[in-house]
Design a binder for this molecule. Structure first.
Ligand code: NAP
Ligand code: F7E
Length: 323
């Protein structure tokens, strides 16, 4: 029988890759979208005729219960969130309502409608924040450094709690930064690759950035959605770190991205205080050992291939927009 999966956050970067992946696996895909005055389906336009979109919001539990009752998915992937760290200082309550309490609303809806549903929670390396050990593993203590990170810690523990309290098949993927040509323009990788493309095409001269010393473990989003699915295929629910095991600074990101377009980053990058954060996460690097051993998961794209892929895609995008 064809399996049905519900994805919250299907219009986001990960939602679009996961929907493609599940369609290829033969799933019927239901995607939850929130009401908006403009259409936000850019990332899923190419598969829109193969998926079912339903209206709902993480802020509204009644909508979640209604969707589960009507569509009866076997698996729920909770990818929806206010996901931009910088915004979480300006909108801490909204971030908490969506990224933290939103998880409880989905879990509670599952508990009430069908506790057999398998559940994936999009946890984050931002939970490690001011890191207590290097590299970070599943048992590394959390020390979040932003309202976003704090909200994700809540989402993580409520997932563990519903698993232990009600026996739900609920797993949490502690995913480190993952990027792609579909990444939102405000995140640093895409900001840099899109900025490089605009400079290479003569549309801009400078790129304004914040802390160039921050280090991240950057992987490819297309690889990471496979890990989400693998977690829900296990007999027992469990939490997994998904990462590359390598870390690179924002400065290195700039070097590689500008060089890909034949440019010298130091001639174009300007440090701008507006992009510094009240509290920074200086260094993240994950150990994906458990995911490799138990899920058989491996990444296929390394850092330089990822940056090259993103610069090339943005060069094409900017050139096309210029006609
Ligand atoms: P994204 O591109 O920002 O997508 C977020 C999605 O959430 C969008 O579809 C958005 O809808 C939806 N959303 C926001 N508020 C909502 C609400 N109140 N109700 C329903 N939907 C709502 O994020 P992403 O990069 O794909 O990340 C997916 C998930 O993984 C997020 O939970 C994120 O926090 C987490 N995560 C991401 C990374 C990463 O490096 N990408 C790493 C670890 C964890 P609209 O299109 O309408 O805005
Ligand atoms: O910042 C530094 C910034 O916004 C990365 C989200 O998907 O991954 C993401 O969170 C680093 C930070 O991602 C600029 O200070 C310097 O140290 O791309 P980012 P993030 O904060 O790591 C985690 C795992 C998630 O879960 C989140 O949802 O880059 N940085 N200059 C800058 N960052 C931005 N955005 N803009 C700059 O100009």
């Amino acid at each position: 029988m064809q399996k049905r999966a519900l994805i919250t956050g299907i219009t986001g970067q990960d939602g679009s890759y996961l929907a493609e992946f599940l369609l290829d696996e033969g799933y019927e895909v239901v995607g939850m979208v929130r009401r908006s005055s403009t259409v936000t389906f850019e990332r899923i336009a190419h598969i829109q005729d193969r998926i079912t979109l339903v209206a709902g919001d993480l802020l509204d539990e009644v909508s979640l219960i209604g969707i589960l009752r009507e569509h009866r998915p076997a698996e729920v992937y909770n990818l929806a969130a206010q996901s931009f760290v910088q915004t979480s200082w300006g909108q801490p309550v909204l971030t908490g309502e969506t990224t933290a309490l939103g998880v409880t609303r989905v879990l509670d809806a599952i508990r009430m409608v069908d506790p057999e549903i398998r559940f994936y929670q999009a946890s984050s390396s931002e939970m490690f924040g001011k890191v207590r050990e290097v590299p970070q593993v599943e048992s590394t203590p959390f020390y979040p450094r932003s309202p976003y990170g704090v909200a994700k810690v809540y989402g993580h523990w409520i997932t563990v709690n519903y698993r232990e309290s009600y026996g739900l098949h609920a797993s949490s993927g502690i995913l480190f930064n993952h990027e792609s040509p579909r990444r939102g323009l405000e995140f640093v990788t895409r900001k840099v690759t899109h900025g490089v493309a605009r400079i290479a095409c003569g549309l801009d001269e400078k790129l304004h950035l914040g802390n160039l010393d921050a280090q991240r473990d950057w992987g490819f989003a297309g690889d990471y959605v496979r890990a989400m699915w693998l977690m829900l295929q296990r007999d027992e629910p469990e939490d997994y770190v998904v990462a590359t095991g390598e870390t690179h600074s924002v400065k290195e990101l700039c070097e590689v991205a500008f060089a890909q377009a034949g440019l010298d980053w130091s001639e174009h990058v300007v440090i701008d205080e507006r992009f510094l954060r009240p509290a920074e996460v200086d260094l993240l690097v994950g150990d994906p050992g458990r995911a490799q051993k138990e899920l058989g998961w491996e990444r296929t794209v390394d850092f330089s291939a990822l940056v090259t892929m993103m610069v090339d895609a943005d060069l094409e995008l900017v050139r096309r927009s210029m006609g």
